[in-house]
Design a protein around this ligand. Structure first.
Ligand SMILES: Cc1cc2nc3c(=O)[nH]c(=O)nc-3n(C[C@H](O)[C@H](O)[C@H](O)COP(=O)(O)OP(=O)(O)OC[C@H]3O[C@@H](n4cnc5c(N)ncnc54)[C@H](O)[C@@H]3O)c2cc1C
Ligand code: SF4
Length: 327
């Protein structure tokens, strides 16, 4: 049983004040991730600051021709919002590929960004995990890591960011609006989530006492040519083993603009501008796509997959033999 205080924030400034006053406090929005983590004893906040009733539920047009999405817009409302469906269908598709209808009804836009990894060991407090307990080790590297990362990993952590929505937001070049004790700031989506390095306990570059207030989409929505593909163990209610958000602006069959982002393979939504550049000006055909895919997976995939397979093979050595070697 975890004892914690509960307080409702009256406005954004009050939410920031409350979170800044207690380093162990956490915001709660839809609660679909945080409550699970508390039940599993992974998160132990001393205080929950309930932000779910703050007036951050609007989707508004910006003067630049884009949209501003309040951090508390539920995932389902966002996916079915007429402006999103018409102008940013890639985002609708990605959201609807995630979780279940009930979860999407509860889950908030801001909470989706801040959801934590689904690495099995992160949830298992009986095992070492650098993300949960810095310095304790990484059980996944030589463990069950089928759902872990293959790009941008580190010796300390190979976890992935599990969101579908964020893969589309990365491809669309969204911006994240945040507020904190020092005022407001805007973070480019590519800079919001982090790679693990040697501090995997930090998922994002959001400061501990900041709140996400909105997501901003630029005018360009790639509404004509887009696709979100998610490979997973079941067709519903399962996280991505790998997902791909692709969007084009075409002139005839020539690619004028391209966006490509991967989910389920890295500590952050993985956008590769070199692979996008290789698509620009090319014919939209199999050979072009193949070249971009090869570029996207250069170096890391092969190297790390081989290393991981070798580590797993080593793990699979019968206990008696390894025990003998150790002795
Ligand atoms: C069974 C299951 C399956 C799922 N499948 C998928 C899936 O396939 N794809 C997918 O993308 N997601 C999936 N999800 C995850 C789900 O999308 C997230 O749990 C949800 O988006 C989190 O939003 P929330 O509002 O409930 O966050 P909460 O649980 O309330 O909060 C999550 C974290 O975000 C912080 N936070 C929340 N709002 C803010 C804010 N505005 N500013 C700063 N910090 C904030 C909280 O402090 C907390 O640390 C699944 C979840 C479950 C339980
Ligand atoms: S991959 Fe990261 S989250 Fe998973 S056990 Fe290793 S340190 Fe923990």
């Amino acid at each position: 049983m975890i004892n914690f205080e509960y307080a409702r924030a009256s406005d954004v400034a009050d939410a920031v004040r409350q979170i800044a006053a207690d380093p162990k406090a956490k915001f709660i929005a839809g609660g679909t991730n945080l409550i699970d983590l508390m039940k599993e004893d992974v998160e132990r906040p001393t205080r929950l600051v309930d932000i779910s009733r703050l007036p951050l539920r609007n989707v508004e047009e910006t003067t630049e021709g884009g949209l501003r999405i309040g951090a508390l817009v539920p995932n389902s409302d966002l996916a079915y919002h007429p402006l999103i469906e018409a102008r940013y269908p890639l985002l609708s598709s990605a959201i609807l590929a995630g979780a279940s209808q009930q979860l999407r009804n509860m889950a908030s836009t801001g909470g989706n960004l801040l959801q934590r990894t689904r690495c099995f060991y992160f949830y298992d407090t009986a095992t070492p995990c650098n993300k949960r307990e810095p310095g304790s080790g990484c059980s996944a590297i030589a463990g069950i890591n089928r759902i872990c990362g293959i790009l941008g990993t580190s010796e300390a952590c190979i976890a992935t960011h599990p969101s579908d929505m964020c893969v589309a937001l990365a491809a669309l070049e969204a911006k994240v609006h945040v507020a904190g004790p020092a005022g407001e700031r805007v973070i480019a989506f590519a800079d919001f989530h982090r790679l693990p390095g040697n501090t995997p306990q930090l998922d994002t570059n959001l400061h501990p006492n900041e709140i996400v207030t909105a997501i901003e989409l630029p005018a360009q929505g790639f509404a004509r040519n887009y696709s979100y593909l998610k490979i997973r163990d079941r067709l519903s209610y399962a996280f991505a083993l790998v997902s791909v958000a692709a969007a084009f602006e075409l002139e005839g069959d020539t690619i004028r603009q391209a966006r490509l982002a991967l989910g389920g393979v890295a500590h952050k939504p993985w956008r590769d501008t070199a692979a996008e550049a290789a698509l620009r000006g090319q014919a939209a055909n199999h050979a072009t796509f193949r070249h971009a895919a090869d570029l996207l997976l250069r170096d890391d995939l092969a190297r790390r997959a081989i290393m991981r397979t070798l580590a797993q093979a080593a793990q699979a050595t019968p206990q008696s033999q390894s025990a003998k070697k150790i002795r």
